[in-house]
Design a protein around this ligand. Structure first.
Ligand code: OXD
Ligand code: MN
Length: 592
């Protein structure tokens, strides 16, 4: 397959440690994909779904104790603890290697070790970074073949060198107590044991494209961000690109695949998806250019329906792997809560138990057919609104960065940073409130800077400084905005309808970028004049509701500013002074 000595040494080292019965070199070919799929079906690792209704689709269940990313078991392993910072779990590299090697010893006996060469972003592009993942999971192989560019051409691109990320994965026994997701940014190594859940084991995604890549970007002068990338095509045919960061459960995939409301469609607006989760950003001629390094979407299934995200639904109709959704045994398809499709009458839930929608647990709560974090892994090329720039190796020029969170009261529908430094402050302080859907107290504010808290592979203070520095080098700085689709009324109901209507906010953002519309200066930044948000054609929405989502409660903001101060204090002396300066400006503005 290759004579690259670094690749051969890497594979041999872990073959000796894991002791698999066999090593299979994955080459990315159709023939091999077909063979491996048949094998996964034969072993029961996946179930083949209806060929006529869902051609090429597969169904998989994870172990019940292994259904999500595990932040408490995720470590950044740097020589110096300071380089991981206070927001990451840290382990010394020597300790981590020793601990994980002991768990890994002979873990693949009786199994096959697959060697997956993959590229994040298009092979050969200026953005491309290469990786090799070793795994004992065929499910991982098949998912990686959707989410990344898997090909033996990767070996040629290495040109005999060692510039690749080494990904090591084994399910071992799926013991949650021995589960580790370790990143070694100084060594370009990811080591993941005892999990089979996507975010922990598809090592190209969070582990590489965010944790390792953010560290590489810091060292090499570029950025890896937890951002969707979308293009808004205007009636004159010009397309403007926006990158947006939201914490999990804020509808990133839905925003990335938004369908504009009728009034916008009639005028000729279109939204194109470049990416739904990760953006790699590089500077060219003073402008940020963004690519989506992935090749597919790993989206949350529950809540996806013909109204919330018809494009995502269409994307999943072929060659898609479904994980932990409900299995409809009547017609060999899948179902999930919030699909707006009648629940199946002959079905098995995500745990594999016979299921119907009337079933209740011992506390009388409905038993869900699909796990709330059940997923689809779908090829990007299936997406009806995929941007024609998706494969463009130069990336797309970024006009605006958007940060967002889920805030019931404090943040208005949209506001704009006064300048880059203020924008970095807004990103660094963004937050979401916990919802009733999650365990624990409702309404607890969790700060999640740039939505990177679980994904930044180095010290967050260095990360903020990197943001400040990158922006200061741009002659064509993107404008920075904050949005909040989740303001509630006195009864706790959402006021803003969201989904396609978010286009109205994107429209204001783009007009601001083009200096086509004025704004009001407020203590927190620039805000729209209500009449500049187009509410034409909206049902059950009026000027009064718009005013209410644009309103600012100064007392709530004073409390917010105090809380930001407490949050900043946790970072100690390393926090860039420019962020403290922005907090002083906010406090002084709020005093009036
Ligand atoms: C994801 C996440 O799975 O951000 O994309 O949690
Ligand atoms: Mn994500």
């Amino acid at each position: 397959m290759t004579d690259n000595k670094y690749v051969l040494e890497f594979v041999e080292k872990y073959r000796k440690l894991f002791s698999p019965d066999e090593v299979v070199w994955v080459d990315g070919s159709r023939e091999q994909h077909k063979m491996l799929t048949c094998e996964a079906i034969a072993t029961g690792e996946v179930i083949k779904l209806s060929n006529s209704l869902m051609p090429g689709c597969l169904y998989h269940r994870t172990a019940v104790n292994d259904v999500a990313r595990v932040e408490d078991r995720t470590f950044i392993c740097t020589t110096d603890r300071e380089d991981a910072g206070i927001t990451n779990n840290w382990m010394a590299p020597s300790e981590a290697y020793a601990k994980l090697d002991a768990i890994a010893k002979d873990a693949m006996k009786g199994r096959t070790m697959y060697v997956i060469p993959f590229s994040m972003s298009k092979i050969g592009s200026p953005f491309a970074k290469y990786g090799i993942e070793l795994t004992d999971s065929l499910y991982v192989v098949l998912n990686m073949m959707i989410m990344t560019r898997v090909s033996d051409k990767v070996y040629d691109k290495l040109k005999g060198g060692d510039d690749f990320v080494k990904g090591i994965h084994s399910k071992v026994t799926l013991d949650a107590e021995q589960r580790y997701i370790c990143q070694f940014p100084e060594d370009n190594v990811i080591y993941s044991l005892n999990s089979g859940y996507g975010g922990n084991v598809l090592l190209g995604k969070k582990c590489f494209a965010l944790r390792i890549a953010s560290y590489q970007g810091w060292k090499q002068g570029w950025m890896a961000e937890h951002m969707l990338i979308l293009g808004v095509e205007k009636p004159d045919g010009e397309t403007k690109y926006i990158c947006a960061a939201f914490p999990s459960a804020c509808g990133k995939t839905n925003l990335a695949m938004l369908i504009p409301p009728k009034v916008y469609q009639e005028k000729g607006y279109k939204v194109w998806t470049v990416g739904d989760d990760i953006a790699w950003l590089r500077k060219k001629k003073g402008t940020f250019y963004a690519v989506n390094p992935e090749n597919g979407f790993f989206g949350v299934a529950p809540g996806t329906n013909a109204k919330s995200n018809p494009n995502a639904l269409a994307t999943t109709r072929r060659n898609t792997i479904f994980t932990n959704v409900c299995f409809n045994a009547k017609n060999n398809t899948v179902w999930w809560e919030g699909s707006k499709i009648e629940a199946p009458t002959k079905a098995y839930d995500w745990k594999g138990r016979p299921w119907n929608e009337n079933m209740k647990d011992e506390n009388g709560n409905p038993i869900k057919g699909a796990h709330p974090n059940s997923r689809f892994t779908a090829p990007a090329k299936n997406c009806p609104c995929l941007s024609k720039e998706f494969e463009n190796s130069r990336g797309v020029p970024v006009s605006a960065f958007v940060f967002g969170g889920r805030r019931a009261k404090v943040a208005p529908l949209v506001y704009q940073a006064r300048d880059w430094e203020h924008g970095v402050f807004i990103g660094a302080t963004m937050a979401s409130e916990t919802t009733a859907a999650a365990a624990g107290k409702v309404g607890v504010v969790r700060r999640d800077p740039m939505a990177m808290l679980p994904f930044c592979g180095y010290n967050m203070c260095d990360y903020f400084a990197h943001w400040l520095k990158m922006g200061s080098r741009m002659s064509n700085q993107p404008k920075i905005f904050h949005v909040n689709w989740f303001r509630t009324d006195e009864n706790g109901n959402f006021i803003w309808p969201g989904f396609g209507d978010n286009m109205r906010v994107l429209d204001w953002i783009i007009r601001r970028c083009e200096n086509e519309v004025d704004a009001v200066e407020t203590p927190i930044g620039y805000m729209p004049k209500a009449e500049d948000i187009n509410i034409e054609g909206m049902e059950d929405f009026d000027m009064e509701k718009l005013q209410s989502v644009l309103s600012l409660d100064m007392n709530a903001w004073k409390k917010e500013a105090d809380e930001i101060g407490e949050f900043f204090k946790k970072f100690g002396d390393k926090l860039p002074e420019k962020l403290w300066k922005q907090l002083r400006i906010l406090k002084s503005n709020l005093r009036g």
